[in-house]
Design a protein around this ligand. Structure first.
Ligand code: AG3
Length: 278
């Protein structure tokens, strides 16, 4: 079989991966969900024909979006994840013994169910008693909850379709309201190499809401641009400085305190394209 899955997030530039097997597909209430087995990237999950996560490279994304904010926080007890239906972010969050409660709010229950059934590498957090999974609109949850969190992670799709609302100034303002003192939010903020204008817009929105807004990067070869960005926002914590560190038994593949610091080192071109002045 010589069948390729192709993604064209950047128009005129496709990412293609050979598929061995279609594991599962479903048109959910919100998006088209597919899980494939591929010889190069292992099992992959796509939403609306966009690669979300791959067995080969998921650790680069999940260790980055989770461990940078959590290791910069003195005592991350209450963590909120918006999106993250595949479970990878939840899995990494629960590695921190400080975490007493991890609430994950994803709008699409079909993604969570598919992960429970077909994504054993990602789904181990769902059975942890500290995990609470809510299938509802994350926008609404953040706007209406009375709870406060130490860390809020936004593990969304691209700013298109169901994910678009997770990049608005209103959403960031509502996150700011539910952060405890010392709290940190961290969102995936697209590729500074593939779509710099988009990253600039998102970063500037976050920087308008949070006095501390720091962007960092990690390689994710299965996403357009190969270099991915995340942005942390806070009122009073420095996301670039780790204050605790992982144990050897965690077996992390990308994150270390040295990598943590290095991820905030940005090239002159990226700084200029995004409008980063610090
Ligand atoms: N969510 C961010 C994926 C964005 C990828 N974009 C693209 N391929 N055009 C990942 C979810 C992982 N838990």
């Amino acid at each position: 079989m010589n069948v390729y899955f192709t993604e064209e997030w950047v128009k005129g530039f496709m990412i293609g991966v050979k598929i061995d097997k279609v594991v599962f597909t479903k048109r959910t209430k919100y998006q088209h969900l597919a899980i494939y087995d591929t010889p190069q990237l292992g099992r992959i999950l796509t939403l609306d024909n966009v690669i979300q996560t791959t067995e080969k490279y998921e650790y680069l994304y999940h260790e980055s979006i989770v461990h940078v904010p959590l290791f910069s926080h003195q005592n991350p007890e209450d963590v909120l994840i918006i999106g993250g239906g595949d479970g990878g972010t939840l899995r990494e969050v629960l590695k921190h013994p400080e975490v007493k409660r991890a609430v994950m709010v994803d709008i699409d229950g079909d993604v969570v169910e598919a992960s429970k059934q077909y994504l054993p590498l990602w789904n181990t957090g769902f059975s942890d008693p500290r995990a609470q999974v809510l299938i509802q609109d994350g926008i609404k949850f953040v706007a209406e909850t009375d709870e406060k969190f130490d860390v809020v992670l936004v593990d969304s799709t691209d700013p298109e379709g169901p994910g678009l609302v997770l990049f608005t100034p209103e959403f960031y303002k509502n996150i700011a309201k539910i952060l405890k003192p010392g709290g940190i939010m961290c969102a995936q903020t697209e590729s500074p190499l593939a779509t710099p204008e988009m990253v600039r817009e998102i970063y500037q929105r976050i920087a308008k809401v949070f006095p501390v807004a720091k962007l960092f990067v990690a390689p994710v070869p299965s996403y357009p641009g190969s270099l991915w960005s995340f942005t942390c926002g806070s009122f009073d914590a420095d996301p670039a400085t780790p204050v605790r560190q992982p144990g050897d038994s965690w077996n992390l593949k990308h994150y270390s305190p040295e990598i943590h610091r290095s991820m905030f080192v940005l090239s002159p071109k990226i700084k200029q394209d995004i409008g980063i002045t610090y």
